[in-house]
Design a protein around this ligand. Structure first.
Ligand code: NAD
Length: 279
């Protein structure tokens, strides 16, 4: 059934994105991996960006190709301007254009503020914020050049910024990360305002706690998981597919009137769970 959720796998299975060309950064692990696969399942051709881990990236490419769409892996550091420019240029050469940019790559370098080095601060801002700016800019240039192709999509292109609940929730011991995601929120809104008149939709997906390598310490022992669940009213840690499905929906014309929005996919983590009993 068109647009239905596959009951057995809990994933969007319809060809919502047939004929579209997508690029996902940091797509050989966690949320990016699940998103790249979900976009392929939805009918898009997909570029799998990675910075390290060529073997993992090739495995993702093989998985995507099973859906009968095109895919290749491309190594680039999203915080390096020349590499991002070359990555999008190659995509336009190989796939003809780009319709969906998922700026997902991100990392943490945690420390109390009194111990945080300038290098830790800079690395996180460079990858999580500047990286998203560079990827969005290069995609926007191609969207503006090409414009709307109505047989493909109602919009001239979609940029989806991978944010976090820490776009709005302060996070002690992670000032670099929280600042980068707060910045992603304003990057997204400003780009959405600037690019909407050109038919481009810019939105953010903001995950809560999702089971991936980035936060393994928070869920890999029963004690840690119990602690984490106190912060999640829905009482389950999210899976990468929870986020991948949201990205497919936001990228599709089903959500064509959604512009400049942040979709929190967090089991209610942003509902101030401490106030359920306190306050
Ligand atoms: P992950 O560590 O599994 O994946 C991160 C990916 O980004 C990896 O493939 C990594 O190699 C890549 N990456 C890192 N630096 C890069 C660079 N310079 N250039 C290109 N790629 C680079 O973690 P994840 O949980 O899948 O994280 C994906 C995104 O989701 C991040 O932006 C993260 O902040 C966000 N997020 C995750 C959670 C969560 O609970 N897992 C919650 C909120 C937000």
């Amino acid at each position: 059934m068109a647009g239905s959720v596959d009951e057995t796998r809990g994933t969007l299975s319809a060809q919502l994105l047939k004929g579209q060309k997508a690029l996902v950064t940091g797509a050989n692990s966690g949320i990016g991996l699940a998103t790249a696969v979900a976009l392929g399942r939805a009918g898009a051709d997909v570029v799998v960006n990675y910075v390290v881990g060529a073997d993992e990236a090739e495995k993702v490419v093989a998985q995507i190709k099973e859906f009968g769409v095109r895919s290749y892996a491309h190594q680039a550091d999203v915080s390096d301007e020349d590499q991002v420019v070359a990555m999008v240029a190659r995509m336009v050469e190989e796939f003809g254009t780009i319709d969906i940019m998922v700026a997902n790559a991100g990392l943490q370098r945690d420390a109390p503020v009194t111990e945080m080095t300038h290098a830790q601060w800079k690395k996180v801002i460079d990858v999580n914020l500047t990286g998203q700016f560079l990827c969005a800019r290069e995609a926007a240039k191609e969207f503006v050049r090409r414009g709307v192709v109505k047989e493909v999509s109602r919009s001239a292109g979609k940029i989806i910024c991978m944010s976090s609940v820490h776009q709005i929730v302060p996070w002690s011991g992670h000032v670099n990360y929280a600042s980068s995601k707060g910045g992603v929120g304003m990057l997204m809104q400003t780009l959405a305002q600037e690019l909407a008149p050109k038919g481009i939709r810019v939105n953010a997906v903001a995950p809560g706690a999702i089971r991936t390598p980035i936060n393994k310490d928070a869920w890999s022992t029963p004690e840690a998981e119990a602690d984490l669940l106190r912060l999640i009213p829905y009482r389950r840690v999210g899976d990468p597919d929870d986020i991948a499905n949201a990205v497919v929906a936001v990228a599709s014309d089903l959500l064509d009137y959604v512009v400049g929005a942040t979709l929190y996919v967090d089991g209610g983590m942003t509902l101030f769970p401490g106030f359920a009993t306190g306050g």
